[in-house]
Design a protein around this ligand. Sequence first.
Ligand code: P6P
Length: 338
Amino acid sequence: MKRISLTQYLVEQQREHGHIPGQLRLLIEVVARACKRIAIAVNKGALGEVLGSAGSENVQGEVQKKLDIISNEVLIETNEWGGHLAAMASEEMDSIHVVPNRYPQGEYLLLFDPLDGSSNIDVNVSIGTIFSVLRKVGHTRGVSEEDFHQPGKHQAAAGYCVYGPQTMLVLTVGDGVAMFTLDRETGSWVLTQDGVQIPEDTKEFAINMSNMRHWAPPVKQYIDECLQGRDGPRGKDFNMRWVASMVADVHRILTRGGIFMYPWDQREPDKPGKLRLMYEANPMAFIVEQAGGMATNGRERILDIQPEKLHQRVSVVLGSKNEVKRVTDLHLAAGPAA
Ligand code: P6P
């Protein structure tokens, strides 16, 4: 493949398809630069005194790791002065961060989970940054949390950076999915795959099996059928993977197919699931759909869900289309959600 940088890719997308406005191109390049800085901090590990807990909790009540806070600060400080953004929202911040008055305000809203999979940081397992881009509705300078309450189908762009054996940036602006690998010798993001397609069928499921007793019947039935293998109703054996880092699990599915599930469970019956809609499920659902996959909350398309709160949670079933459809059909056959 001819070596094409992220910048050249975005310029060519803009030239050929015209749907990457200048501010959006700048936003994507700034986020990509922030991910490079995060990658450097992540890769330092114990040498950089960045491991371990920060001694604080986020809005989700989760203990924050030092790298959670470092990553969040990197994304804020690299993005707030460029004039492409009106405000940002993060898993690590209770409320939105509005661009200070000393900087020009742009037409986009940026949401992110600055470092997803934090429980894996100290054990050297792949983690990642997830980001979602919305357009700011209205053209007054003011911006409020309500401006963020847009369904995922309105995203202008979405992507993630996975800090693994390779550091890779995966991106969609609504015209398919492209993958870039960080060339550490030059500091460039190099296009290594374009037109990513998720196989419609799979033999691999990703779910935290230790929660089985808490799942709703349709999820139990689906996983039980997979576990029966070739002698059961599926007529084929399945494999299981669970990295406990959504970015790593989704990246595997984009690369070789599979189904990822974090369903509702009875431990927190009033919460629809563990994962967050705005900055985990929506960006991943946009990417998965753009790669020919499917993403639902078990019953409805994730990208159609109308958000009511910035940090609201959602059940997630995404990946190979025919498998996600099977899980969704089981939920619908079970009747209305409890
Ligand atoms: P569990 C990481 O904390 C995360 O938000 C996702 O990245 C991951 O898929 C999930 O939670 C793992 O959850 O309950 O298996 O630790």
